[in-house]
Design a protein around this ligand. Sequence first.
Ligand SMILES: [Zn+2]
Length: 276
Amino acid sequence: MALVKTPAIVLQVYPYSDTSLILRYFTPDLGVVSVIAKGIRKSGGRGAGVPDVFSEGVATIDVKPTRELQTLREFALTRTRLMLGSDVIRFSGAAVLSELILKHAGEEPHAELFERLGRGLDRLTATETHDPLITVLAEAWRIVALLGYEPQLDQCVSCGAAIGDTEIARFDYVAGGIRCAKCALQNEGPSAPGQGKHAFARDRQALPARERSSAWGPRVGPQARQELRSLVGGQVPHAVARRSGHVHLLAGFVRYHLSGGRSLRSLDFLLTQLEG
Ligand SMILES: [Zn+2]
């Protein structure tokens, strides 16, 4: 058993018994770690000692590697991020970042990813953030890229040709990037083989039939491609032309590469907020 003191962001909180809580943290060195906080609810209900989701602090944890649930000794709050609760786009966006980490980060140390998540949550919290949805898109794409799934946007995933400045290309979820106009036409249809150059590209033929038909993404024109480039680079463009289109595209990409063919619940929820 080792006593570990580490920066930690709260990803999930749920009651365990009348007096205890289970928390899931993201940390730079332990990755995602589940802890039990004993006795924290003694005061009854959500007292001052109960950390809110998305808050950050320094956790002191008894770590036993053979155990799935570790024991929390202390959590000293440094940031509450309560502002997130005041706006549904900010809050559901924070849930998207958190769900990406929960689904995919595992127990590996990843200091850069920790820093990025903290910064993303801070940006969503900041009152001067002019358009929270575009911030959500940029931060989510950045996390996707840091997890090893950066989409290929400048060269065709099928033939490798550079995508022209005025070309209407098409997103291919399975291959992990954009197909040039010619390849998008040639390989139109649900059963075209995926020939992406990415290590994470998946074989279209191996997909279950119900997934194959939705494995094609939308057409991507020059403006949308430029917007995507900025977002994947973590830049926040002042505006994007088709807001829910961008969320659909992110959701489709994540479904094929990061969440095992299922939609991310937080992204579905975000879409219902945009599309009413
Ligand atoms: Zn091509």
